[in-house]
Design a protein around this ligand. Structure first.
Ligand SMILES: [Zn+2]
Length: 413
């Protein structure tokens, strides 16, 4: 298998570094290979190793939810963890401080998978989280991310302009990068120069010059942004705006004839609209550049083979939410069950929910018409997801963000 081949190639350079000459090394190498292969096949975003009473708990995150994998024999655990440390090239002797590392392997289909490894000492030993960045497929198509026709037309109109700022908002794991990649994939072409600064580059997009951040060598967001603007680009993608300087550079670029696409960590369009002034971007600059704010979420899609329907008995006043969204409250609501095809979770795959605004005046209220919640309820009515999923992911009435003039400093960056 290619995974084995890739890892075996690397380990030839460092066999003597594993402590002791014991016979757990080869099985541990094979075990890690098979874990990485399984995570890749399942399109898992993360793989977790966590010491517990029995030895080691291994879980992977698929569709945003953690799932247990078989626990390894306790005798293999030390060699397995050492194997991860070796691959990630972290200090083997350092067990008291958090460490970060990275490595690359070839997935079952030969695709490159980049791994960011984070090591954290915990009371029972060490917790390791591996973030898997799959470079396999092409950039997703805008047609495939689940945007309704009306929203799609708004996005197309913003993308057709030669300048302006498009901001995608959502928490971690809400699909922001997928939307950004799908959007810039439609913009590349012979007549346009498309560049991006990302942390990290999650997907190779043909025809786009992508620059990864590397703070260790001083390649920060703002430094790369300034350098990119000297490259005469037409379209600039800034993976995520996290600091005021990057925010101001991006807005100024949008003002001076560039189409700028970026993301911010914010709950919905209203909160995203508060983020930019909070980061020190002047209101006039925002008014002059902002063409569209998109907020998004991913909710799990019900498994077709086992979903059912039942009257809502949850504690939340669902009828009020449906009414708020301008939708009729149904007598029965789709419910998750579980079967062998969905790993007993009741769900398979995910659905994108979107809300859009051009400014504060048209930003939807939580569960109001056009909101993330309303988009979710529409998918509940069509039996594609559950109300539990929508409630867990979407801002609800009463969750409105605190104003940016608030003095308790609760910035949710
Ligand atoms: Zn099922």
């Amino acid at each position: 298998m290619s995974t084995n081949a890739a890892i075996a190639r690397e380990s030839r350079h460092e066999p003597q570094r594993t402590r002791g000459g014991d016979d757990t090394i080869a099985p541990a190498v094979r075990l890690l290979d098979s874990l990485l292969a399984e995570a890749t096949r399942s399109a898992a975003s993360d793989l977790h190793f966590e010491p517990d009473r029995a030895g080691l708990r291994i879980r992977m995150r698929v569709d945003g939810h953690l799932r247990d994998l078989a626990a390894p024999p306790a005798s293999l655990v030390p060699a397995l963890l050492t194997r991860v440390r070796l691959l990630a090239r972290v200090d083997l002797a350092e067990r008291r401080l958090p460490q970060d590392g990275r490595f690359t392997f070839a997935g079952p289909g030969g695709e490159r998978v980049d791994v960011r490894a984070a090591f954290l000492p915990v009371a029972r030993g060490e917790k390791i989280a591996l973030r898997l960045l799959h470079h396999g497929g092409a950039a997703p198509a805008l047609d495939d991310i689940g945007m309704a026709p009306r929203e799609r037309r708004r996005l197309d109109a913003a993308l057709a302009r030669s300048n302006g700022l498009i901001v995608v908002a959502g928490p971690t794991g809400s699909g922001k990068s997928t939307t950004l990649y799908a959007a810039i994939a439609t913009l590349r072409g012979p007549a346009r120069s498309v560049v991006s600064v990302e942390d990290p580059v999650e997907l190779d997009v043909e025809g786009v010059s992508q620059v990864p951040i590397d703070d260790d060598v001083g390649r920060s967001f703002s430094a790369v942004l300034r350098a990119l603007l000297r490259q005469d680009p037409d379209v600039l993608m800034v993976g995520e705006i996290r600091d005021g300087e990057s925010a101001r550079i991006a807005c100024r670029a949008a003002l001076t004839g560039h189409l700028v696409l970026t993301s911010v960590h914010a709950s919905d369009t209203r909160e995203a609209l508060l983020r930019l002034p909070e980061m020190g971007v002047a209101d006039y600059l925002i008014d002059a550049t902002l063409s569209l704010v998109i907020a998004q979420r991913l909710v799990r899609r019900l498994c077709k083979h086992c979903s059912g329907a039942a009257a809502w008995t949850g504690r939340v006043d669902a009828q009020r939410l449906f009414e708020r969204a301008g939708l009729a409250f149904p007598e029965t609501i789709a419910v998750a069950s579980g079967c062998c095809r969905c790993n007993d979770s009741g769900y398979r795959g995910r659905i994108g929910l979107f809300e859009m605004a051009a400014g504060e005046d048209d930003a939807p209220l939580p569960f109001g018409p056009g909101s993330l919640g309303a988009a979710g309820l529409a998918h509940v009515l069509s039996g594609e997801t559950t109300l539990e999923e929508v409630l867990a992911r979407c801002p609800q009435p009463g969750d409105e963000p605190a104003s940016h003039s608030g003095d308790d400093g609760e910035a949710k960056l």
